[in-house]
Design a protein around this ligand. Structure first.
Ligand code: ARG
Length: 460
C-alpha cells in the first residue's frame, strides 16, 4: 500500500495527519471488500444526478466508464489501496479523479460518505443474505436426501441424554431441517429491512439538490427509500438483526455438531465421519478426531461475539453518523464469512456420513425405550395412565434385576404385576411397533417421516 496521496478533505487543515492517527482511523484494510458495491452505488447515484440535470451527460459517461475501469483493476488485483486515503470510498473516488480528471469531482454532489457507506453495507449484506439463503437450501436438500434413506432406521431418541423412546434416524435429520428452515425465514425477513435505500440522506440532513431518491432505489433494486435522513445514516439495526439470525443459525449448527461429535465417539458409535473431514493426533496413532463439527461448534462463539459487538457499538449512540460506526464492518464481514464456511462444511460433509444402523438399533434396544408403549398398552386395557406408569416402572425394575430387556420378560412374570397384560403385549414392546404407532402429523413413524420429507421437497 502507498501512503502519500492527497487527501480529499484537507482544505481546512494546516498540518498533515499524525501517522498513527492516519492508520488508526483508516478502514481501507477491511472495507475494500465493499468496492464492487461502492461502485454500483456510485454509478446509480451518478445516473440519477444526470437524469435530474444535476451533472452533465458527458460527466456521467466519463464517471461511469472510469468506475467500471477501476472495478476491473480491483478484480484483477492491480489496484493500489492507500491507507492515507482512509477508506474504500475515498480510494475509489481519488482513483477516479486520477483516471478521468477534474470531471470526476462532481460525483460526490448531493452525497456524503455517511449515506454512501450505509448504502454499500446494505448492498453487501443483501448479496450475502441471498448467498446464505442459497446455501441453506442446498443444505436442506442434503438433509432430505439423507433422511429419505433413513426412514426405517431405528435409533434411540433421547431426553436428558438418556434413552427415551425409539425414533427413526430420518426423523432426527428432519428435525435439523426444521431448524434451518426457520433460519431461512428469519433471514428473508431481515432482508426486507436491509433492502432500503439510505442514499440521499447525504451527511445527515438531506441535500439542497433536486435529487430523485426513488430512482436511485429502483436502479439499485431497493424496495424502499429510507424515510428519515438522520435515521438513514445512523441505522445499523439491519446488521444487528442479521447477526442475530446468524447467531441462531450457528447455535443450530453447534447443536448438530455436538450430536455428530457424540455419535462418532467410539463410546456411542452411531456414525462414522468420512476420513477426509477428520484429522489425526500427532501423538496418539489411533485417533480420528471430528475436527470439522468441533470447529463449527466453536465458531458459534465468534458469531455471538459479533452480535454483542454490534449491539454494544450502537448502544447510546446519539444521532446521526458517528465514526464509531466504522466498527460495524469487521464483525459483520466475519459473521458472513463464518456462517458461509460452516454451512459449506456441513453441506460437503453430511452426504458422506455413514450411519451404523445396527449400533443405533442396539442402543435403542438397551434402554427400555418402549416402556411408554407398554404404559400406553395398559391404558388401552382400561388402566389410568398414572397407574400404568407405576406398573411399568415395576416391570422395568424387574427387568433391570434380571438383566434383560422388557420384551424378554416372561409373560407370567409380567402378569404377576398386572393381570391386564396378555400375550399381545409383545407387539407393543418391539421397536417397530413403537415407531409405527406414532403415525400422526409430525410423528416418528416411517410413514409420517416420509410425508414430512414430501412436504419439505415441495417447499424447496
Ligand atoms: N469509513 C467510514 C465508515 O466506515 C465511512 C464514513 C465516514 N464518514 C465520516 N464522516 N467520517 O463508517
Amino acid at each position: 500500500m502507498g501512503t502519500e496521496p492527497e487527501k480529499l478533505w484537507d482544505g481546512r487543515f494546516s498540518e498533515s495527519t499524525d501517522a498513527f492517527v492516519e492508520a488508526f482511523t483508516a478502514s481501507v484494510t477491511f472495507d475494500q471488500i465493499l468496492a464492487a458495491f461502492d461502485i454500483e452505488g456510485s454509478i446509480a447515484h451518478a445516473t440519477m444526478l444526470c437524469e435530474q440535470n444535476i451533472i452533465s451527460t458527458e460527466a456521467f459517461e466519463q464517471i461511469k466508464s472510469g468506475l467500471l475501469g477501476i472495478l476491473d483493476e480491483i478484480r484483477n488485483g492491480q489496484f493500489t489501496w492507500s491507507v492515507a486515503l482512509e477508506d474504500v470510498h475515498m480510494n475509489i473516488e481519488s482513483a477516479l479523479i486520477d483516471r478521468v480528471g477534474e470531471v470526476a469531482k462532481v460525483l460526490h454532489t448531493a452525497r456524503s460518505r455517511n449515506d454512501q457507506v450505509a448504502t454499500d453495507i446494505r448492498l453487501y449484506l443483501r448479496h450475502a443474505i441471498d448467498q446464505i439463503l442459497d446455501q441453506i437450501q442446498a443444505l436442506a436438500a442434503v438433509l432430505v436426501t439423507l433422511a429419505e434413506k433413513e426412514t426405517e432406521t431405528i435409533m434411540p431418541g433421547f431426553t436428558h441424554l438418556q434413552v427415551a423412546q425409539p425414533v427413526v434416524f430420518g426423523h432426527h435429520l428432519m428435525a435439523w431441517h426444521e431448524m434451518i428452515q426457520r433460519d431461512a425465514d428469519r433471514l428473508r425477513d431481515c432482508r426486507k429491512r436491509v433492502n432500503v435505500l439510505p442514499l440521499g440522506a447525504a451527511a445527515l440532513a438531506g441535500t439542497s439538490f433536486p435529487i430523485e431518491r426513488a430512482r436511485t432505489a429502483e436502479l439499485l433494486g431497493f424496495d424502499r427509500v429510507a424515510e428519515n435522513s438522520l435515521d438513514a445514516v445512523s441505522d445499523r439495526d439491519f446488521a444487528i438483526e442479521f447477526c442475530h439470525a446468524a447467531s441462531l443459525l450457528m447455535m443450530h449448527l453447534s447443536r448438530w455438531s455436538e450430536e455428530l461429535v457424540l455419535w462418532s465417539s467410539p463410546l456411542v458409535g452411531f456414525i462414522e465421519l468420512p476420513d477426509r473431514f477428520c484429522t489425526g493426533s500427532s501423538i496418539m496413532p489411533q485417533k480420528k478426531n471430528p475436527d470439522v463439527p468441533e470447529l463449527v461448534r466453536g465458531k458459534a462463539g465468534r458469531v455471538y461475539g459479533s452480535l454483542m459487538s454490534l449491539l454494544t457499538l450502537m448502544k447510546s449512540q446519539p444521532l446521526a453518523y458517528n465514526k464509531d460506526n466504522q466498527e460495524d464492518k469487521e464483525p459483520l464481514f466475519d459473521t458472513v464469512n463464518t456462517v458461509r464456511d460452516c454451512l459449506r462444511a456441513f453441506t460437503d460433509m453430511l452426504p458422506h456420513l455413514e450411519p451404523d444402523r445396527d449400533a443405533m438399533r442396539e442402543a435403542a434396544l438397551k434402554g427400555f425405550a418402549t416402556a411408554t408403549d407398554l404404559a400406553d398398552y395398559l391404558v388401552r386395557k382400561g388402566i389410568a395412565f398414572r397407574d400404568a406408569h407405576h406398573i411399568v416402572g415395576r416391570l422395568v425394575s424387574m427387568a433391570i434385576q434380571s438383566g434383560v430387556d422388557l420384551s424378554q420378560l416372561e409373560l407370567s412374570a409380567m402378569q404377576s404385576v398386572s393381570d391386564k397384560i396378555d400375550s399381545d403385549v409383545f407387539e407393543s414392546l418391539t421397536l417397530e411397533g413403537s415407531v409405527n404407532a406414532r403415525a400422526h402429523f409430525g410423528g416418528t413413524a416411517p410413514s409420517s417421516v416420509r410425508a414430512a420429507i414430501a412436504r419439505a421437497k415441495e417447499s424447496h
